[in-house]
Design a protein around this ligand. Structure first.
Ligand SMILES: Nc1nc2c(ncn2[C@@H]2O[C@H](COP(=O)(O)OP(=O)(O)OP(=O)(O)O)[C@@H](O)[C@H]2O)c(=O)[nH]1
Ligand SMILES: [Zn+2]
Length: 353
């Protein structure tokens, strides 16, 4: 029994630090998220040594920055660059109005795991994936400290998840329903499971893995198909008398609502849903599907009849120990606002629509 924080707990602190604008120390480097960095902290950091801005490969592609480190790129921060310059590299909002002017100088060689761990933390904090990295010579009192290798390994490991509470919850679609709450031990968002009826654990259960969409699920946005899919899935389970719907808090395919709104703003400039994610520096889909598989297993389900049009969800579930006995299509009506989005999902993401 010890009071010293575990690596998972330290990572959770580091994520919170980046969100509020505090740098963290990763492998002797001071690392700060560009999105939340304050001007006075930037000054303090720059006084310590040569500053490097680390961005992801998709963002580097947009900015025509050389990528020497596979999934990430480094830019030497010019002497006269201020916070606005850093933000313009990180945030594509102004790319078309005021394009960033290169050429960018890209350092090579050396250990980039601190940069990589910093970007992974920024992503998991749902910030723009861009971090400022400055070498640190002396001690850094009060700052969270991490070793890059173990930090990266831990972040790639499946989060432990525990059931927290459950209660009966009569729904319009099915009066005999129960809501279960699951909490990951890494400080990330809780996820929910709606259990309808009393499905047998011995046969494939009618299931839906639904990713949170505040705009579609709550506001009735016409830009996507999420709201109608959520209600159609619950209605189908109500009609069948049983089923399980996981409501996974992976808003915006895992990038968070703020970044999804940045992506929508880019879509208003003419980019499609996949291009917008890339310009922001994200992959098309940043969701961790092990979470859904883990919750199903925790609830005692081994096989599902999965309501989805996304073949990747089927493959991911099968890859993580849940047998998909059948794929049940979940096609909802098109409208003039979502038809382009649905076409792009079919063309670029392999959705069967
Ligand atoms: N980044 C981003 N996320 C979006 C956009 N439109 C919708 N989303 C998110 O996409 C996710 C859709 O999730 P799902 O409906 O579960 O997944 P799906 O991969 O489309 O697959 P199925 O609906 O099962 O066929 C939600 O988290 C939405 O918030 C967008 O333009 N950009
Ligand atoms: Zn949606």
């Amino acid at each position: 029994m010890t009071l010293i924080p575990t690596l998972t707990e330290t990572l959770s602190r580091a994520r919170a630090d980046l969100r509020i604008g505090l740098p963290v120390v990763i492998g002797g480097q001071l690392v700060a998220a560009v999105e939340t960095l304050r001007a006075d902290r930037l000054e303090t950091m720059r006084a310590l040594g040569p500053a490097v801005l680390a961005i992801t490969e998709p963002r580097a592609e947009t900015l025509k920055v050389r990528v020497y480190d596979r999934d990430l790129a480094r830019i030497a921060v010019p002497g006269d660059a201020d916070l606005a310059w850093l933000r313009a590299v990180a945030d594509p909002a102004g790319d078309l109005m005021t394009p960033m002017k290169g050429p960018f100088r890209s350092p090579r060689g050396g250990d980039v795991d601190p940069h990589r761990a910093g970007i992974a933390l920024a992503k998991s904090a749902q910030l723009l994936p861009a971090v400022l990295v400055v070498p640190l010579a002396g001690p850094a009192e009060g700052l969270t400290q991490l070793s890059p290798g173990p930090a990266l390994a831990q972040m790639a490991t499946e989060a432990a998840m525990a059931p927290v509470a459950a209660a009966r919850l009569p729904l319009l679609a099915a009066e005999n329903s129960k809501l279960h709450i699951f909490r990951p031990d890494n400080g990330e968002a809780e996820h929910y499971a709606v259990e309808i009826g009393a499905p047998s654990r011995a046969a494939p259960v009618l299931a839906r893995l639904h990713s949170a969409c505040f705009t579609g699920d709550v506001l009735g946005s016409l830009k996507c198909d999420c709201g109608p899919q959520l209600h159609a899935a619950l209605a189908a389970m109500g009609q069948a008398g049983e089923g399980v719907l996981l409501y996974l808090n992976q808003e915006g395919r895992g990038i968070g609502l703020a970044n999804k709104m940045r992506a929508y703003a880019l879509q208003n400039q003419g980019f499609d849903t996949v291009e917008a994610n890339h310009r922001l520096g994200f992959e098309d889909d940043e969701r961790d599907f092990r979470i859904g598989a883990g919750i199903l297993k925790k609830m005692g389900f081994e096989a599902v009849r999965l309501m989805t049009n996304n073949p990747k969800k089927v493959a991911m579930l099968e890859g993580h120990g849940i047998r998909v006995a059948e794929r049940v299509p979940l096609v909802t009506p098109r409208n003039r606002h979502n038809t382009g989005y649905l076409d792009v999902k079919a063309a670029k993401s392999g959705h069967l629509l």
